[in-house]
Design a protein. Structure first.
Length: 299
């Protein structure tokens, strides 16, 4: 994989421009499912397929794959990853059932906002928002951890805007700059909320990020892809339970000015009626940051 050796762009003033999201809705409908990856790879679901379940303890050691979440109203941290003080959880977070009863689902579209960036664990580029840990464990069909795989993530900022500085990327041909950045000058000089990590001996990758914002026509989501020697193994997206997004978008001071997202999970045209198969498990860390995790199985 070609690496970007360019130093990251300097952090600039916060984006104040509201972009017109109407063209995004039109483009998403046009994209449809034409970019769906091979059905030989999928997401793990170890448990029920209900939309969500509530757990009273932080950092639950089960990976239901159905949006397990914990929220504590008004206790969420602010200010981006600089305010995060907890360490990443250990791999017991991903404990699956003894029989490794895994429910594989289809991949999802890459979308028009992808381009490749550097290996890094803090992908925020000093952007603000609710600090969030993203943790994945990649396993094979027999539930053995897979090491040495490249896992990329990308998502928008709290204003619903993707970064768009592709000058150091060797893989930018599919990036739709106008649609994804709204031609924001700050976004066009930034690489916020994009990054790559390589799975360790336990199949783990960890990212420091911030909870994404929303844009019209989509529920809040995070994109990811898994590669083995530059060959795609899985390209998909993950969302968050409706109760969590509602809580953050209506009460968190950095999100409440925009209000609740206009597209729910059940109305999202990418996840559709199968949305419960595409949810992070989440809980609140002791420092008020959000922990979002998921086991990913390659068949």
């Amino acid at each position: 994989m070609t690496k970007n050796t360019r130093p990251p762009s300097a952090h600039k003033t916060a984006l104040n421009t509201t972009i017109d999201n109407a063209p995004r809705r039109t483009l998403l409908k046009a994209i449809g499912w034409t970019l769906v990856a091979s059905p030989l790879v999928g997401l793990v679901g170890c448990g029920s397929e209900s939309e969500e379940s509530t757990n009273d303890s932080s950092n639950s050691n089960t990976d239901t794959g159905s949006g397990t979440d914990v929220t504590t109203p008004s206790d969420w941290a602010s200010g981006g990853t600089a305010s995060m003080t907890v360490n990443f959880p250990d791999t017991s977070l991903f404990t699956a059932t003894a029989a490794c009863a895994l429910a594989l689902t289809q991949s999802a579209v890459e979308g028009p906002c992808y381009f490749q960036v550097d290996n890094r664990d803090d992908i925020s580029d000093a952007e603000s928002g609710l600090p969030m840990q993203i943790c994945f464990q990649v396993i094979d069909k027999d539930c053995n951890p897979l090491s040495g795989l490249e896992v990329e993530v990308w998502h928008c900022n709290i204003a619903g805007v993707y970064s768009g500085d592709t000058s150091g990327s060797a893989d930018k041909s599919r990036f739709n700059s106008g649609y994804c950045t709204g031609n924001s000058s700050k976004a066009l000089q930034s690489e916020w909320f994009r990054g790559t990590q390589v799975t360790d001996s336990e199949g783990r990758v960890n990212f420091k990020s911030c909870f994404p914002g929303w844009y019209s026509g989509r529920t809040i989501h995070v994109h990811f892809r898994i590669r083995n020697n530059n060959n795609d193994q899985l390209v998909s997206q993950l969302g968050f339970s409706e109760s969590l997004t509602t809580e953050i978008c209506t009460s968190h001071p950095e999100y409440s000015t925009r209000g609740q997202q206009d597209t729910s999970l059940s109305r999202d045209n990418i996840f559709g009626s199968n949305y419960s198969a595409f949810l992070f498990n989440t809980s609140q860390n002791d420092d008020g940051s959000l922990l979002a995790w998921r086991t990913l199985q390659l068949n």
